[in-house]
Design a protein around this ligand. Sequence first.
Ligand code: ATP
Ligand code: MG
Length: 364
Amino acid sequence: MSENEHSLKGYFAHVIDSVGDGVIVLDRQSKITFLNPAAEEITGISRRLAVGSKFIEFFRGEDVLLEMVAKTSESGMTISDHENVVLKKGPNVTPVNATTSPLLLANGECIGIVLVLRDISNIRELEDAVRQADRLSTLGTLAAGLAHEIKNPLGGIKGAAQLLERELPDGSELRDYTSIMLKEVGRVNRIVEELLSLTTPRKLELSHVDIHESIGDIITLQKRASVTKNIAFVQDFDLSIPPILADEALITQLFLNLIKNGVEAITDSGQIRVSTRVLSDYSMTKKGERFSRMVVIDVTDDGPGIPKEMIENLFTPFFTTKSKGTGLGLAICHKIVNEHRGIIRVDSEPGKGTAFTVMLPLVR
Ligand SMILES: Nc1ncnc2c1ncn2[C@@H]1O[C@H](COP(=O)(O)OP(=O)(O)OP(=O)(O)O)[C@@H](O)[C@H]1O
Ligand SMILES: [Mg+2]
């Protein structure tokens, strides 16, 4: 092999090693001859162990994949599967998009198979988020209609209670009743307003928001508000994250709701940790042309956690387990995150605690 050919070979080896998709090459006997780092990552199989072994030894049970390989080697056709391939790596499963193609020489001779695996777990998460948003928007339309209908009679009750109060002599015991009426009407009104804000579209007031500053302020206030409990607030910030383009008031409301839920979940003592980081391998297209990285903010508490069967309902308006809760907090969080083209999700283990993860595009 000439010097030139040799360095070209090294160059292509680097190219394939750098591809983000998993690439596995098989010879004509279906022995693995090559596996790039992304394939090691997706399958959990090391190159050292796999090379030289039969494909089936490592992929027993992955029926769809085995069938694709068999078909391509029989027919010489390229086969893709976007839906059905799920790789099991220990206890975890990774949904992948798989393609098998014949490995052809210039003269058309087939000397093996190239298998390309693309990890689509992020896409699956996005699909879940879309389904969730759909469900909420149906509910939202209903709630908005209801809220609108309630506002008018509520105004009537408030006016009548105020008139009644004016007619009562000073010191009348009945004034206690009118003041309860007015207070409760005020409460219903606030809920209706919140509900309407949840369901009507609005324009974001964008500015450069330092999320660490916003979260720091919330923590300062929550520390003061929760002095009766023994809560340690931990800030684990990546201070290199620049300000993001967002609506500051809404971002504050978002993290206030999440941190408040954490505080409310802890009965006597515990810890609330807020950490920030940048997710670099997660890019979302904005209007199809621009890519942006995501800022990830985790709000974690070591409270009682959330039972599995409740998780699905958390973001639904009015879902609450608290006697004084409205159940709108997380629904509002969900809306705010959506408006910022982000993602919110929850991980919870009963008895251990809860983590809410918010991902926001790092738009500057
Ligand atoms: N960190 C958490 N730990 C345990 N349970 C939680 C946590 N966050 C939310 N929940 C559960 O989710 C429910 C819904 O939360 P959400 O913030 O939407 O409403 P709420 O807190 O009950 O009322 P509001 O926020 O309107 O005061 C809560 O009632 C609680 O059961
Ligand atoms: Mg709440």
